[in-house]
Design a protein around this ligand. Sequence first.
Ligand SMILES: Cc1cc2nc3c(=O)[nH]c(=O)nc-3n(C[C@H](O)[C@H](O)[C@H](O)COP(=O)(O)OP(=O)(O)OC[C@H]3O[C@@H](n4cnc5c(N)ncnc54)[C@H](O)[C@@H]3O)c2cc1C
Ligand code: SF4
Ligand code: SF4
Length: 344
Amino acid sequence: MNPSMKQVMVIGGGISGLSAAVDLARLGMTVILVENSGSLGGHAAQLSCKAAERCVACGACMVEEKIRQATGDANIQVHLNAGIEKVDRRKRFEVTLKQDLEMQHIEVDAILMASGFAPFHPVNKPYGYGRFENVMTTLELDRMLRRSGTVKRPSDAEFPRNMAFIQCVGSRDSTLDNLWCSKICCGAALRMARCIQSRQPGMEATFFYIDVQNFGKNFHTYYADTQQQVRMIRSIPADVLKTADDRLKLSYFDPDTQAYQETVFDMVILSIGLMPSESTRNLAAMLNIDMDGFAYARKTPIPLPKGVFAAGTVLEPMSIAESVLSAGKAASDIFHYLETSSQI
Ligand SMILES: Cc1cc2nc3c(=O)[nH]c(=O)nc-3n(C[C@H](O)[C@H](O)[C@H](O)COP(=O)(O)OP(=O)(O)OC[C@H]3O[C@@H](n4cnc5c(N)ncnc54)[C@H](O)[C@@H]3O)c2cc1C
Ligand code: SF4
Ligand code: SF4
């Protein structure tokens, strides 16, 4: 059978799953796109445009276009609020799909895992997340920017005069055995800081970091300019405490003065990392894939059974643009796999 007459299931309707679905459909295959939640776009659909004076190439607007392409393609069947219950491997994959309490049995020739990542939950870090209203994650800040275009303190709806960004929260953390760099969070946090400064003039941003991950082809010029606008302190604060006047006090070792310092901020933003998700682990178990605990910490690629492929942040932390590339490669691998297997 020609590969263009075959049926592929894509699990996950984030930017990776959407891009792969569009590419597979263009190659003539029928795609069953399964998404757990009630909408397409995954995490990328929650991010805001970070343009300050001009576009900063954050990639957030790519997802709208992919949703439009995927939902407008007659070769892509979208199943929202749907999850995989069971997969049996016979000649083809027999998948039991549960959608809105109804069970369906669908046969497919290949499966693409594009189930993405889970954002790190910082409740156990000593930064007061969940206890102090004005401590937020970068994802929550991004959603606030997307919703209203500006940032106000959750506790009193005032514009913050200064904000601290704490990097590597959940990533590069040996106490958690999360040794990987999440790759996107330096760029995302600096773009957000610059974007807020351009919309809320006078807001002072301080960036606490281990080192800055290169993000994008214009990194050097952008970063040199950013260092003029954002105070960079190469240190990770020990803790965050609330002051009597509802502000947040950070204590940290200052490498310039070689002494411990305390500084008070209106808001503290935690740059949370990308983690392997529980949903992917469950999916992997159904597909007999050995995830070896933490997939992101693996030195070798995850061994996938024949006919099963993976794309995007299910594999490792990556940006939106990298997820699109990863999806393109997976679509091409699936096409070649189906082409070869149909000749046997
Ligand atoms: C705070 C933050 C800021 C970021 N900022 C940027 C930025 O500025 N620029 C940039 O390029 N990148 C940024 N990123 C990274 C970006 O979010 C990812 O690159 C992108 O979302 C990866 O897409 P994905 O499709 O691989 O995964 P996801 O976005 O996680 O999508 C996975 C999808 O699969 C679904 N799913 C999961 N399990 C199942 C299942 N079992 N069955 C069915 N569906 C399932 C989920 O509901 C979800 O819709 C940021 C990330 C964070 C956390
Ligand atoms: S790439 Fe980012 S900054 Fe540029 S227009 Fe799109 S969303 Fe805005
Ligand atoms: S991208 Fe930056 S903030 Fe994120 S884990 Fe790597 S070094 Fe830390």
